[in-house]
Design a protein around this ligand. Structure first.
Ligand code: TYM
Length: 433
């Protein structure tokens, strides 16, 4: 693959300044890399991708409409960027439906804490807005990109479905599907894939994703598969044939290229553009310069790790922003911006006051790295332990129920037939005259 160059639709065109950003930070679905120990420069990324920063006004509107405080991942700017969130809130205000769509590319038998971030947040969105949710497991993508057989990728999809369900999703509101199992039995989904495939040129995907001449044709057409769940008409069992139910996609910002493409083609398919809400990246244990790798067990905490593994990994690998010696630390204080244990706490410690206290005492040098790590170990052992238990309690049968195409608990009246729509339009026009 080559470096992505030209972008389309919602995307901003690069200028000289953007070029400099791109040299520093690489963010695409396959690679996230930055030379800064503080991690990716998200403000610059927003400009480059052409999305909108989440501001206080949006948070206040969510709180006002839902009558509850926003999730700490929103409050702390972990979800930091959006497209068309106000449109989704307008719908909610008018009591009109929308749905959530997110996904996972199953490349390992178990997911790491970074993968869990969008799912933890999606669960909050599902609970708060009470809407249907579809979750795509792109086992086909992983087959095409990794050294895996179809069977291995499909098996991982089933295992990852367990990790996802263990986040607490409601079976009556959630449909999880593996591309390999679902698409061949879903004419509506396949038709949307074909529509997208016809509307996007090779030149465009080359520009967005950096595909090169030696990439297999499966990769080149794959973006149409990740785009299709953004359209409610892909799921007639859930939406009763309706193509006009808008979609909101929570994900980390590495997935945005897929949805810039989707938003570009949607109006040409007579469909609505999906809205998005993007998160920052949960850093690797070794620091914010790299995206965690599911195939490198020392780079992150996995949802299947034991209490001992969690403790050992954090003590051994978590990059410290503390001084080299106790004396130096006491004199100069710790650097919370680069300290991985502190960064992890900002994702998982819910208590704002306690977090602020830790920040103050660590920065001043009063609190030592060992205590910070101990605090994190306790939180993660509890969180992962509970998740591990819920995962162990799941039966294959329940997983299969989540993965069966079916009506969810929501009723959607059937679409108005085109002839009725014309009649209604005529009546309206004649009234106007
Ligand atoms: P995948 O499996 O790479 O990642 C799954 C989800 O986790 C997010 N993510 C992270 N979030 C925070 N910190 C990290 N370090 C981190 N690493 C990954 C990803 O952004 C993603 O939301 N092609 C997709 C699967 C997919 C999908 C979707 C994802 C299909 N349809 C719709 C989001 C929305 C993939 O391979 O994700």
């Amino acid at each position: 693959m080559t470096e992505p160059t030209q972008e389309m639709g919602d995307m901003s065109i690069k200028d000289d300044k953007m070029e400099a950003v791109e040299e520093d930070d690489i963010v695409n679905p396959w690679e996230v890399a930055t030379s800064s120990a503080k991690g990716v420069d998200y403000d610059k990324l927003i400009k480059r991708f052409g999305s909108t920063k989440i501001d206080d006004a949006l948070l206040q509107r969510i709180e006002k409409l839902t009558g509850k405080p926003v999730h700490h991942l929103l409050r702390r700017g972990k979800f930091f960027s959006q497209r068309d969130m106000h449109m989704i809130l307008d719908l909610y205000e008018q009591k009109k439906p929308f749905y959530l769509y997110t996904g996972r590319g199953p490349s390992s038998d178990s997911m790491h804490m970074g993968h869990l971030i969008p799912f933890i947040f999606t669960k909050w969105l599902q609970d708060t807005f009470d809407v249907p949710l579809v979750i795509q497991l792109t086992d086909d993508e992983k087959y095409l990109w990794k050294d895996l057989t179809l069977e291995q990728a499909n098996h991982m999809a089933f295992e990852n479905a367990k990790d996802i369900i263990a986040c607490g999703f409601d079976i009556e509101k959630t449909f999880i599907f593996s591309d390999l199992d679902f698409i061949s039995n879903s004419p509506a989904f396949y038709r949307n894939m074909c529509r997208v495939q016809k509307l996007v040129t090779y030149n465009q995907v080359k520009g967005i994703f950096g595909f090169g001449d030696s990439d297999c044709i499966g990769k080149i057409s794959f973006p149409a598969i990740q785009a299709s769940p953004s359209f409610s008409s892909s799921f007639p069992e859930i939406f009763n044939g309706r193509s006009d139910i808008p979609c909101l996609i929570p994900c980390a910002i590495d997935q945005d290229p897929y949805f810039r493409m989707t938003r570009d083609v949607a109006p040409r398919m007579n469909h609505l553009k999906p809205a998005l809400i993007h998160s920052t990246f949960f850093p690797a244990l070794q620091g914010a310069q790299t995206k965690m790798s599911a195939s490198d067990s020392s780079s992150s905490i996995f949802v299947t790790d034991s209490d001992k593994q969690i403790k050992d990994k954090i003590n051994k690998y978590a990059f410290s922003g503390g001084g080299a010696t106790v004396e130096e630390h006491k004199e100069k204080g710790g650097n919370c911006d680069v300290d991985v244990a502190f960064q992890y706490l900002t994702f998982f410690m819910e208590d704002d006051d306690r977090l602020e206290e830790i920040k103050k005492t660590y920065s001043s040098g009063e609190l030592l790295t060992g205590f910070l790590k101990k605090e994190l170990i306790e939180i993660l052992q509890k969180l992962v332990g509970e998740h591990r238990q819920r995962r162990a309690d799941l039966t294959d049968d329940v997983v299969r129920q989540f993965m069966t195409p079916r009506k969810l608990k929501y009723d959607f009246p059937p679409p108005t037939p085109p002839s009725d729509k014309k009649k209604k339009k005529k009546q309206k026009n004649s009234k106007a005259v």
